[in-house]
Design a protein around this ligand. Structure first.
Ligand code: B12
Length: 210
């Protein structure tokens, strides 16, 4: 029987290679891919999210855990049945027009991917029209906007306006984040959600998907 706790702990510790070995070993011993995912990896990422929210884990550590998770997903994906590997939902993410900061946005994207969402990462300096186009193309349920500059925050509102104009706003929920963004600002511009960090972004998306 595979040691699920050990797999979980190794993920939380961000030991990429050790985790891959443990997961491969568990598979070789006959443990199901979905069992490893649901009993060891997902609960492990939940712990990472909580620790990040509480300030008990910092960005570089969270990045290592997210990387470790992505590494094992590559091993597990081909072993999951289509039903098991079905995405929990689709999220378009990008940094708004005029803004080139992407470290936090990529961290949010990685955490969402680890939680089973299909994430379309559009990159940086994304104009409102490009977000609209992406929502249309990918039929996403959530659009996640990142801004790190007070001067680019208004682009979030412009993106929401563009989604409304194109008639897509009823189909998607918009969430916003980035260091200068606040819950209050999110409400003011009509976004459905705000999260202060990548750990709570996962919870936020989960709550909006239902
Ligand atoms: C790294 C950095 C850069 C790098 C960016 C590299 C890159 N690839 O991202 C470079 C050097 C390119 C850069 C450039 C500039 N920068 Co700069 N930069 C920073 C710095 C030091 C760190 C940002 C960062 O990565 N933080 C770490 C990540 C993990 O945190 P985060 O981004 O906040 O993300 C977390 C949360 O906010 C949240 N989150 C983020 N996005 C989203 C999205 C959603 C949907 C959700 C739910 C959550 C969420 O989750 C993340 C993870 O927990 C900050 C200072 C700071 N301490 O924030 C300045 C800072 C943001 N930069 C600043 C400035 C002024 C600039 C420049 C204008 C400087 C210049 N004169 O050229 C340019 C602008 C370039 C541009 N057009 O974008 C100012 C902004 C001031 C302001 N309030 O407007 C800051 C605050 C520095 C300062 N104190 O003056 N910068």
């Amino acid at each position: 029987m595979a040691d699920m706790q050990k797999i979980s702990d190794t993920l939380i510790a961000g030991k990429v290679e050790d985790l891959k070995k443990l997961v491969q070993q568990a598979i070789d011993e006959g443990t199901g891919a979905s069992e490893i995912l649901n009993q060891a990896l997902m609960p492990g990422m939940d712990v990472v999210g909580e620790r990040m929210e509480n300030g008990d884990m910092f960005i570089p550590e969270v990045l290592m855990s997210a990387k470790a998770m992505s590494g094992t997903l590559e091993i597990l994906k081909p072993l999951l049945t289509p039903e098991e590997s079905k995405s929990a939902g689709k999220v378009i993410i990008g940094t708004v027009k005029g803004d080139l900061h992407d470290i936090g946005k990529n961290l949010v994207a990685m955490m969402l991917e680890s939680a089973g969402y299909e994430v379309v990462n559009r990159g940086v300096d994304i104009a409102p029209e490009s977000f609209v186009e992406a929502v249309k193309k990918h039929e996403a349920q959530v659009v996640a906007l990142s801004a790190l500059l007070t001067t680019t925050m208004p682009q979030m509102q412009k993106t929401i306006a563009a989604l409304k104009e194109s008639g897509l706003k009823d189909q998607v929920k918009v969430i916003v984040g980035g260091a200068p963004v606040t819950e209050k600002y999110a409400k003011e511009i009509g976004a459905e959600g705000y999260a202060p960090d990548a750990g709570s972004a996962n919870k936020l998306v989960k709550s909006l998907m239902h």
